[in-house]
Design a protein around this ligand. Structure first.
Ligand code: ASP
Length: 605
């Protein structure tokens, strides 16, 4: 028989008790974290969200009824306890818990609920399949490390609000049932019951609405908001994720970036006690790509890319020469101390490079005695080798690896390889926070598949002021268009993009030209985002903003490998919620109401 809670109220959370409570009678509520029977005396670690305290049921001291009940208690039973706080006998203290010098001698015990056999233990560092953890997420979240992550996330919300409200921002909600927002992913669609054949799209971001709020004169808007993107989940992504989204009127890039740096500084200081050095350094997109092969460089370690293209034009090695002479790039990374890598490990690097599209990877090992080992040195003269070593800043004991391909492939492959090498060689220091702003992005890029220009960010990103006059020319000449830089900025932390934004186009004539450049006709623009274009005609102020990926930020702040670790109820990599069993089939009547017919693949019926 279970006991009732009745009017039993707790005096303290378990983890709040201290030696100051010795002698007090206290009432506690929580879960039996562990139960031990030591020769008749029963010890239960009682746990709630604040921590653990040991409760003791000694048959010679506690009432018989409490003792009889205590014998029935198993892991994760829900208990109400009344007892007296005592100092633990000398030698029985537990330094691992904050309440380790005290215990509670039980005078009354109520069992409020039982618990089935657990699918996994409620403790940190468990080795359990993620799908099982997600199916029993309520148990997973009872584990202290998960609770701590959720708590930090909660603190990020609160501190963000505190900071932004303190800087004159107003929190406004924007709709979830809306029209497509062009952030480059597939939309999630919601069918309309009232107008068969029509669909709402879940927002990929509040982009259009936050700009419209600027037209509305809100000046400073923010929202902690869910966004939905139906994209490939192989990378660490979620179909629904959270942004800290904001927008400001009458600002330049500097204003948005400075405000953002202030927020980052505030969050890290307040929640982690870490002083972020301001201003955060800035790097152009071009420099990031050239030196690190990516626009999200991890600056906690070196391994910079070195350019050998000029030298490669002269050498006999055909692969290098052909690439260098046909507009490609030959670049390399010097792996300091890498000469100790085995042939097998080097082959492993080649395979890794091939996974990202390289045809091969050339390498030169410089042994400790200065002798060279490499399949390619025979194609180099002494002088060329000297030049090469010079460019690569090579010393004895180093391993040099090279990729020769189109500029995109060379950079992409070396970007990934650089990260892989840093991990393999243990070059990533613990506890370092390397922030960098990436600026001066190209406004547009050429999409080979679609055979047209596309916006690198979204199509509402402003070109630089000085290029606005050249828009007409650019419509005629793709090269001019490709030379434009945008007023966008991304914030990168330890190689992860944590925020991004831009100064927007606020003039309808400029917006129209940008649509024209990227091949969106007037009709299409009108159809897809006519409401924004119309709004711009009614006195839109210059404006700009930014959005943080909150999940990624919290994952970094808590040292989590995946954003799934910091989302209360995430989906698996297949987009499934094992807890709720979503997505799922719906009843035929529901489909009928929506005017929808579906064909269910046979193997699934
Ligand atoms: N809406 C953009 C995004 O979701 C951010 C921004 O430009 O403010 O990436």
């Amino acid at each position: 028989m279970l006991d009732q809670l009745g009017d039993f109220k707790r005096d303290y959370f378990c983890g709040e008790l201290t030696e100051n409570n010795i002698g007090d009678e206290v009432r506690l509520l929580g879960w039996a974290d562990s139960v031990r029977d030591h020769g008749g005396v029963i010890f239960i670690n009682l746990r709630d969200k604040e921590g653990i305290v040991q409760i003791v049921i000694d048959p010679s001291k506690s009432p018989k009824e409490a003792y009889e009940k205590a014998k029935k208690v198993r892991s994760e039973y829900v208990l109400a306890v009344r007892g007296r706080v005592n100092r633990r006998p000398a030698g029985t203290e537990n330094p691992k818990i904050s309440t380790g010098t005290i215990e509670v001698a039980v005078e009354e015990l109520r069992i409020l609920n039982t618990c089935d056999i657990l699918p996994f233990p409620i403790e940190d560092n468990i080795n359990v399949h993620e799908e099982v953890r997600l199916k029993y997420r309520y148990l997973d979240l009872r584990r202290p490390e998960m609770l701590k992550k959720l708590m930090l996330r909660h603190e990020v919300y609160q501190a963000t609000r505190e900071y932004l409200v303190g800087h004159g921002f107003m929190e406004v909600e924007t709709p979830m049932l809306t029209k497509s927002t062009p952030e480059g992913a597939r939309d999630f669609l919601v069918p309309s019951r009232l107008e068969h054949g029509k669909f709402y799209a879940l927002p990929q971001s509040p982009q259009l609405f936050k700009q419209i709020l600027m037209v509305a004169g809100i000046e400073r808007y923010f929202q902690i908001v869910k966004c939905f993107r139906d994209e490939d989940l192989r990378k660490d992504r979620q179909p629904e994720f959270t942004q800290i989204d904001y927008e400001m009127s009458f600002v330049t890039e500097e204003d948005v970036m400075t405000l953002t740096e202030g927020l980052v500084h505030f969050l890290f200081k307040k929640l982690l006690g870490i002083e972020v050095k301001l201003p955060i350094r800035r790097m152009s997109y071009e420099e990031a790509i050239n030196k690190y092969g990516t626009d999200k460089p991890d600056l906690r370690y070196g391994l910079e890319l070195k350019d050998l293209t000029e030298l490669a034009k002269e050498v006999e090695f055909k692969v290098f020469k052909a690439v260098a002479q046909s507009g490609g790039l030959v670049k390399g990374i010097n792996i300091k101390g890498g000469a100790k890598l085995s042939r097998k490990e080097i082959d492993g690097l080649t395979e890794y490079a091939q996974k990202f599209g390289a045809k091969g990877m050339a390498w030169i090992k410089i042994n400790e005695d200065g002798s060279l080992q490499s399949p390619i040195v025979k194609f180099f003269t002494e002088e060329q080798l000297d030049k090469l070593k010079n460019i690569m800043e090579a010393e004895n004991g180093d391993l040099l690896v090279f990729i020769a391909d189109t500029p995109e492939t060379t950079h992409r492959v070396l970007g990934f390889l650089r990260k892989h090498i840093a991990e393999m060689m243990n070059l990533i220091p613990e506890g370092r926070w390397e922030f960098v702003w990436i600026v001066d992005f190209p406004l547009l890029e050429w999409d080979e598949e679609e055979n047209r220009l596309v916006a690198l960010h979204h199509p509402f990103t402003s070109p630089k002021e000085e290029d606005i006059e050249k828009l007409d020319e650019a419509i005629q000449n793709k090269e001019i268009a490709l030379s434009f830089k945008s007023r966008a900025y991304d914030l990168v932390l330890n190689g992860e993009e944590i925020a991004g934004g831009s100064i927007r186009i606020h003039r309808p004539d400029v917006q129209k030209k940008i649509f024209e450049l990227i091949g969106i006709s007037d009709e299409e623009a009108e159809e897809r985002f006519g409401f924004l274009v119309t709004a711009l005609k009614y006195g839109a102020p210059p404006h700009g903003g930014l959005a943080f990926g909150l999940d990624r930020l919290v994952a970094l702040m808590t040292g989590s490998d995946s954003i799934r670790e910091v989302i209360a109820f995430p989906k698996t990599q297949k987009g499934i919620c094992p807890l709720a069993g979503a997505p799922d089939y719906v009843r035929p009547e529901q489909l009928e109401e929506l005017g929808i017919e579906v064909e269910i693949p046979e193997e699934e019926t």
